[in-house]
Design a protein around this ligand. Sequence first.
Ligand SMILES: Nc1ncnc2c1ncn2[C@@H]1O[C@H](COP(=O)(O)OP(=O)(O)OP(=O)(O)O)[C@@H](O)[C@H]1O
Length: 308
Amino acid sequence: MINIKVISYSYKTFEKNSGLHGTIKDFFHREKVYVSALKKVNLNIKDGEVVGLIGPNGAGKTTLVKVLTGILSPTNGQVVIDGIFPDSHDKKMLANIGVLFGQKSQLSWDLPPIDTLNMLGSIYNIDVNDFDARLSELSNMLNAKDILRTPTRNLSLGQRVKCDLICSLIHNPKYLFLDEPTLGLDLVTQESIYNFLRKLNQVNGTTIIITSHNMRDIEAVTKRLLILAKGKIIFDGSIKSLPVNVNEYKKFCVRLYDGKKEQIEENISADNLSKTLKSIDPKQIISISREGVSVEELILKIYKNQEF
Ligand SMILES: Nc1ncnc2c1ncn2[C@@H]1O[C@H](COP(=O)(O)OP(=O)(O)OP(=O)(O)O)[C@@H](O)[C@H]1O
C-alpha cells in the first residue's frame, strides 16, 4: 500500500545572469529561486492497482515518481510504502520497487543488456536459479530473448525499452513505476508493452503507476486516472467518470497507397472522417486507425481556462 500524506516538493535552483559579466557576478552572489513542483498531494494506492498519472508539461509527474521511489525526499509531508519511507533507502524497500524512466536508460551503451542484468542480479543478490527463471519468463513475455546479447547501441528504441523493462523487473518488485515508457515507440511496440503490463498485473499482481502524455497508454492499461496540474491532483477517478467522453476527441489516421508512394492523412476528426473518405479512391486505402488523444488537449477540454 502506498500512502502519500500531504506531500509538497520544492526545487532549489539559482537564477543565472547572462554573459561574461553575469557569470563573474554569479561567482560572488547567486540569486536563489524555489520552484514548487508538488503542492500538498494526498493519495492512497492499494496493492494490485494500476494507476495512470497524466498532466501537462511541468505538472510535477516526474517529481512525484521521484518522491515515491525515494530519489527525492519530500520538502513537507510523508510517503509511506508498506510501512517504510522510500527515502530511507531501506534494502527491503528497494527490493520492492522497480522504476523505468522512458527518457533515461539504465543500460550500458557499449555492453549487451545481459551484462547490465547480471550486474543487477548481483546488486539485488538474486539466487542464480531465480534469476534464470525470472529472466526467461520476462524475455518470453516481451519477446526479447534474441536481443539480450546485442550491444545496447545496436538496439532499436523499442528493443531498448523492452530490455529496460526487464531490468526494472528482474528482482520481482511489488511496485513498478513507469515514467513515459512508450515515448517514441511505434503502435505495434506500444501494444506489446500494454499486453505485457496487463499480464504482469494480472498474473503477478504487480502494482503499476504509469505517467504519460498519451491517453492510449492510460486507456490500455489503467483503471484509475490521476490528473496532476501545477503540482496538485485535480482529478482522481476512472476514465469513464471524466466529465468528457474521451472517444469524442479521438482523431483518425488514414494510410493510403496510390501505386507509387504511401501517404498518411492524420488528425482527422470523427466529424470529418466520412467527408475525407468520400474524397479518396477506396482502393487506395491501406488502413484507418484511431489515434490517441493528447493529454494536453483533453485537459484543456475539461478544465478550459481554470487556474489551479
Ligand atoms: N532539477 C530541477 N531543478 C529545478 N526545477 C525543476 C527541476 N526538475 C523539475 N523542475 C521543475 O519542477 C516542475 C515540475 O517538473 P516535472 O519534471 O516533475 O514535471 P512533469 O509533469 O514530469 O513534466 P513533463 O511532462 O514535461 O516531463 C517544473 O516547473 C520544472 O521546471
